[in-house]
Design a protein around this ligand. Structure first.
Ligand code: NAI
Length: 283
């Protein structure tokens, strides 16, 4: 199946990055958000990143202009009626996501593939909110999307081979490396990454070391490019908490219990870089 027109839903940090790489790879892209301010911010962040790439000599001015000409902002989900592929990148919450998928199932043509960028929620359950579970799939990009090479492709119980092969081909057209993952809580990436981040938060909570020193141990001692607390701030502490809850509920194992300090920060609205404060303070 050929994919020409794509809608990305959610113009937050992931959605704007996904829209950018699709537009840079020649697809026609609509970037949708229900919040006008978030949509403006997402469009501006794409323009800023492209301009920075031009300044640094990574791309030509023409590529920036061409990329932006392929991008259309959208505040109306009904615009999805012209999309061959929809990628949802809204809040990590099953109820909200299934509502959107059920609406998309009614709006989009029969051939349209409905993908979710969910970090951890079961694709099979999202697919069950539609009448086309064979065309529902997980396409999990990494943050920041324009930089990170990996895409986890998650097959729901009923995802068809044709849908899988189409998404695998699209990932290749975006110059990403795809891995195939079965539908289990946290998939592979977050099943391994999030318990490490959660343990770093416990280490801080128990007063074992300062936040800076915890990050230094993992950076200088394990050669991670970024410490786990900084990484948590970049991912978003609300997203980290959702993912830990999905692992905890999904496996029923207390080793996945979210750290109380993580819950406290999220309750305070300290969501990390996107809200200006998490473990660290951002301007
Ligand atoms: P974000 O909070 O930066 O952005 C979410 C955006 O969705 C907001 O602009 C919000 O206005 C919009 N939105 C919410 N409900 C909507 C609806 N019904 N219709 C249209 N727009 C709606 O979130 P972020 O970090 O971009 O995460 C989005 C998804 O990507 C989540 O499922 C998350 O688990 C996943 N993800 C996040 C990663 C990260 O590092 N933050 C990495 C990989 C996946």
């Amino acid at each position: 199946m050929s994919i020409k027109s794509v809608m990305v839903i959610g113009a937050g940090q992931m959605g704007s990055g996904i829209a950018q790489v699709f537009a840079q790879s020649g697809f026609q892209v609509m970037l949708n958000d229900m919040n006008e301010e978030a949509l403006d911010k997402g469009m501006q962040s794409i323009e800023k990143l492209l301009s920075r790439n031009v300044d640094k000599g990574r791309i030509e001015e023409e590529e920036k202009t061409a990329t932006l000409s392929r991008l259309t902002p959208s505040l109306n989900l009904d615009d999805a009626e012209s999309a061959d592929l929809v990628i949802e990148a809204i809040v990590e919450n099953m109820e909200v996501k299934t509502k959107v998928f059920s609406r998309l199932d009614k709006i989009t043509p029969h051939h349209t593939i409905l993908a979710s960028n969910t970090s951890s929620l079961p694709i099979t359950e999202i697919a069950a909110a539609t009448e086309r579970p064979e065309k529902v799939i997980g396409m999990h990009f990494m943050n920041p999307v324009p930089v990170m090479k990996l895409v986890e492709i998650i097959r729901g119980l009923q995802t068809s081979d044709e849908t899988y092969e189409t998404i695998q081909r699209v990932a290749g057209e975006l110059q990403k490396t795809a891995v195939e993952v079965e539908d289990f809580p946290g998939f592979v990436s977050n099943r391994i990454l999030m318990p490490m981040i959660n343990e770093a938060i416990y280490t801080l909570y128990e007063g074992v070391a300062s936040k800076e020193d915890i990050d230094s141990v993992m950076k200088l001692g394990m050669n991670h490019p970024m410490g786990p607390l900084t990484l948590a701030d970049f991912i978003g502490l609300d997203t980290c908490l959702y993912i830990m809850e999905v692992l905890h509920d999904g496996f029923g194992d207390s080793k996945y219990r979210p750290c109380p300090l993580l819950r406290k920060y999220v309750k305070a609205g300290w969501l990390g870089k996107k809200s200006g404060r998490g473990f660290y303070v951002y301007e």
